[in-house]
Design a protein around this ligand. Sequence first.
Ligand code: NAD
Ligand code: DAU
Length: 349
Amino acid sequence: MKTLLVTGGAGFIGSNFVRYWIHNHPEDRVVNLDALTYAGNLENLDGVDESPNYRFVHGDICDGEGVKRLFGKEGIDTVVHFAAESHVDRSITGPEAFIRTNVFGTFNLLEAARESWKGDSRKCRFLHVSTDEVYGTLGPDDPAFTEQTPFAPNSPYSASKAASDHLVRSYFHTYGLPVLTTNCSNNYGPYQFPEKLIPLVFINALEGKPLPIYGDGMQIRDWLHVEDHCRGIDAVLRGGRLSETYNIGGVNEWANIDIVKTICQRLDQLRPGDQPKAELITYVKDRPGHDRRYAIDAGKMNRELGWKPSFTFETGIEQTINWYLENQAWWERVRDGDYRSYYEKHYGR
Ligand code: NAD
Ligand code: DAU
């Protein structure tokens, strides 16, 4: 039986992970530490929050003393660290929060684990959830990112994640902390905050609003269903070699414009309107420092841990579109407040 500290468990991937873990490992305890920033939403946990082996703690990973107390009080032996500022566009207009949470917050967690596990850490694990964006950008014919690809982050977001990856690595080599790192490609699926491409386009298309495409729309991302990411993290926790990094990805490269057209076509079938949804596509100014292409080589996950994605993009996007159609009340509530002012500021131009 493990006691997991899941940080950022009220966000998109974290809440999917908490749900996944409670369902698949009912013998374990899950403590969810989340500051409930604009991206954190306890409604993402409806249904799991009543489980007797689940506990929510409202707190900030930048509060070093609070994090240390929590480790002692709960007897944490496993950390799955999702908490982060995660949106590239927000990192361009306001990088400070990214340095604070992604770098300093990760440092606090590492320190708390180091102090709490110093007697015997053999059964402990610190899994740091990171991103493929640390590797920078690929040309059209470059091979996909492997775990050996040098870091070359291009946004304040990816630079802050790269910094945290390096810190995590150093705690193994310096202090022997039992760490693991995963670098994953773009996730999609239920509960994704509608500032990210897929839910943003889905909701705007449904409401007849412009679908903003940065630059020429030919940037490529490697999309993975969030449940496959959760299964991948589980596999790394169980069988990953300490201090190693594992690339998790969908082997599923799509140009942004093609993703948007796919969503439009499906919505034309499910919710036909006066005009084809693709007519709402609007090319807007490009994101500064916009990475052209990401692609993950997930061969190590497959060879060492037997992991591969279970969703095809067709089954995954269908499930996701249906989920957003069936959960309109969820995304309407999410769009209030901070999101509305962010959207007006960012796209208003
Ligand atoms: P998200 O923005 O949806 O959720 C982040 C969560 O962290 C929120 O619940 C928020 O309240 C919480 N949080 C933020 N600052 C905090 C703080 N100081 N203390 C405690 N909690 C705090 O993010 P996501 O998309 O679910 O991403 C989760 C993790 O996965 C991040 O580390 C991100 O870098 C990584 N990742 C994301 C993707 C993706 O496609 N979304 C892909 C690869 C890796
Ligand atoms: O690759 C993993 C990363 O994927 C994660 O580390 C990040 O946390 C996550 O946010 C995501 O980053 P991206 O920048 O790739 O995701 P986003 O959904 O913001 O954008 C996907 C692509 O779509 C990107 O090329 C930018 C483009 N885009 C995005 C938005 C929001 C548009 O063209 N228009 C938009 O309005």
